[in-house]
Design a protein around this ligand. Structure first.
Ligand code: GAL
Ligand code: ZN
Length: 672
């Protein structure tokens, strides 16, 4: 069985001879997938109502004849000049009130009814034309919704719709005033029509339009939700349009953990699989697999990587990307599949001569001559042929989950707790610490079933619903092991503080009360001492500091210096048949690792049967009742592993015993 592996491609830029040359190279590379069309509205519909597929059909056919299937994208990231000229009201308005003009991309308002109508029509035309094509494998909606600062439109249509959205949610203005606490700074409203769109948002790539302007955090969180919902609604209009004509897979390319302007758990409920874009540096020693774990968690199954790194050189964002270390591109592609992708497409096949992305990275350079990146893609394609069936038939069965939630993420961006604290980064640190211990983890939303996990970790869950708190208690009561960090349960889903001891509603579960809290700055860093089975581990704290008052729990960690010396900061509490840990401050990786080890031990989590060196990463997947160990050496040195018994090496088709050596940037797949 073959995995889908390919590239993005832009035939609309090219003459026939170049296309023929490129297709021949693609075939030589051994890829079997091409993604096309996402910016080509001016070609699909050059004049309103006159559709043209003649430029693309022969390419789809030629690719198909060479065994390469196509993903066709709807081109709505780039409304054409004629549409903008006729309907300038569809343009996107940013937080400074500036209209994003024609001349870049993503210059539309996703709530505008006129634009929604045009988007539906072009999606229908594409669905009608390609929906039954034997060469078309799937459809992509738009391109990276909300990316590049385009997910928080402030046009008059959005203003009106936001007011209606609030009315739908709160019913009366009295109720909105009460739940949002608008009496603060005298902001009580008489009517929904008085409510402005917040100036500030969590959106990356936007500037604070009015300096030192502090808005109501509950209103702001609702605006984030409203915009996320609006983007999802927009996406689903296109989904329905395509689904009228096809039963092929329909999805869109998310931005993974990069932009976070859309709640992907919600967005992908209505699509056929989660798909995202990822641009890790291939010069660094390691690729973070946290975005992959998150990707598996979005729909609870395998995902697609619709755009993936291909190289370095010139860049779009003002600074270029570095070229991959030898072997890293090949390894990165195989690593993505091992991490749960069942489709990967590099961005992109051949360097653009013109446009905003001119001279950007690609698999093949501008002259069309294959060089090392091309040969690495070819090598990955070759290995994937051998790995396809074992990967398709195996699945993750992790015993540990890290909970990741958009409400807490947004709330912590709206009101940050410390300059250097970033929710995504913090969740990543925890995940990576587990990975270093050889323990795989799933990343799941708060609403997902917890019972199948032995250990559940909840990083910085500042917003928690009563239901989630109840489920956490039940989980631990029934024997689960929970590790929560600082900030637990401080606010309700309205983004309002709760007038109770912290962690609100969970003081019994953790057997503690939180006393004082403050950010950690350079001059207030403290040493933390953690009692481990054998002795004590020490480390310096960061981000945020809470003091814990015992209320039944054992204090296993204390401040070891400063005026807090001796005060509790890490606790362990038996609750029902389980155990609940609370970590009251950010800590360095080594200490975090020691704490994780305690929780893993309580949870009896299975550890790797062999030792791996630093710089190596392992995914363990279940292949029927066997374990499939996917081993990656990210370092630039050979890495040896002493095996505990015989394994079957899937790529070599042979059994291995004793010691194996992974070459720099090498990988092995072993079945036990
Ligand atoms: C992505 C985008 C692509 C391309 C790439 C950077 O965010 O979807 O179209 O611009 O970044 O080269
Ligand atoms: Zn708008």
């Amino acid at each position: 069985m073959r995995m889908k592996y390919g590239v993005s491609y832009y035939p609309e830029h090219k003459e026939q001879a170049e296309i023929a040359h490129d297709i021949a190279l693609m075939k030589e590379a051994g890829i079997n997938l091409v993604r096309m069309g996402e910016f080509a509205w001016c070609k699909f519909e050059p004049v309103e109502g006159q559709y043209d597929f003649a430029w693309l059909d022969p390419v789809v056919e030629e690719l198909g004849a060479n065994g390469i299937q196509t993903i066709i994208c709807t081109p709505t990231a780039c409304p054409p000049a004629w549409l903008v000229e006729k309907h300038p009201e569809i343009l996107y308005v940013d937080n400074r009130g500036i209209t994003r003009p024609f001349g870049g991309r993503r210059h539309y308002c996703y709530n505008n009814p006129v634009y929604r109508g045009y988007s539906r029509k072009i999606a229908e035309a594409i669905g009608a034309h390609y929906g039954g094509s034997p060469y078309v494998f799937a459809f992509q909606i738009d391109n990276e919704l909300a990316q590049e600062g385009t997910g928080r439109c402030r046009c008059p249509v959005c203003r009106k719709k936001f007011q209606q959205w609030l009315e739908g949610k709160y019913g009366t203005i009295v109720e909105l005033n009460r739940r949002m606490g608008t009496v603060f700074w005298g902001q009580a409203y008489d009517r929904f029509s008085q409510i402005n769109l917040p100036v500030n948002t969590i959106e990356p790539n936007t500037q604070q339009a009015i300096p030192a302007f502090f808005e109501n955090p509950s209103l702001r969180l609702d605006f984030e939700r409203f915009c996320s919902d609006s983007n999802i609604e927009y996406q689903n209009i296109q989904r329905d349009a395509l689904k009228k004509y096809t039963d092929k897979i329909v999805t869109t390319n998310a931005t993974g953990l990069a932009t976070n302007s859309i709640d992907y758990y919600k967005a992908f409920q209505g699509l056929d699989c989660y798909a995202f874009d990822y641009y890790p540096s291939l010069r660094d020693l390691e690729i973070s697999s946290f975005p992959y774990a998150h990707a598996r968690g979005v729909c609870g199954k395998d995902f697609w990587l619709l755009e993936f790194q291909s190289g370095g050189g010139h860049g779009l964002w003002g600074s270029g990307r570095l070229q991959p270390y030898p072997g890293a591109l090949r390894q990165a592609a195989v690593h993505a599949f091992a991490a749960g992708a069942d489709l990967v497409a590099h961005f992109q096949f051949r360097t653009f001569p013109f446009g905003a992305e001119q001279l950007n990275y690609a698999v093949v350079d501008i002259d069309g001559i294959p060089r090392r990146r091309f040969y690495e893609v070819q090598a990955a394609a070759r290995d994937l042929k051998k790995l396809g069936s074992v990967l398709k038939h195996s699945r993750f069965d992790n015993e540990v989950a890290v909970c990741f939630d958009y409400q807490s993420l947004w709330a912590l961006k709206i009101k940050p707790i410390a300059k250097d604290f970033n929710y995504v980064k913090f969740c990543t640190e925890i995940y990576q610490q587990l990975a270093r211990l050889g323990v795989g983890a799933d990343v799941i939303p708060f609403g997902r079933d917890l019972d199948k996990y032995k250990v559940v970790i909840v990083p910085a869950p500042i917003i928690m619903s009563d239901d989630f708190k109840r489920r956490l208690k039940q989980y631990v009561y029934n024997g689960g092991v929970l590790l929560s960090t600082f900030l637990a349960g401080i606010k309700n889903p309205d983004n309002i503080g709760i007038a109770e001891s912290l962690p609100c509603g969970l003081t019994g579960l953790f057997g503690i009360r939180v006393g004082e809290v403050e950010p950690v700055v350079e001059r207030t860093k403290a040493t933390i001492a953690l009692k481990t089975g054998a002795g004590e581990t020490r480390g310096v704290n960061k981000y945020w500091a809470e003091t814990l008052e015992p209320n039944g729990a054992e204090m296993i960690g204390v401040y070891a210096d400063t005026f807090r010396e001796g005060t509790g900061v890490i606790s362990r509490n038996s609750y029902g048949n389980g155990v609940a840990y609370y970590l009251g401050t950010g800590v360095e990786p080594q200490l975090l690792g020691e704490l994780a080890k305690l929780a893993l031990k309580d949870g009896r989590v299975a550890l790797l049967p062999f030792k791996v060196q630093a710089g190596m990463k392992v995914f363990v997947r279940k292949y029927d009742h066997q374990n499939l160990y996917c081993l990656f050496n990210f370092s630039q040195e050979p890495a040896a592993i002493k095996l505990d018994h015989d394994y079957y090496d899937v790529l070599n088709g042979d059994s291995v015993t004793d010691e194996i050596v992974l070459e720099p940037k090498g990988y092995r797949f072993l079945l036990d």
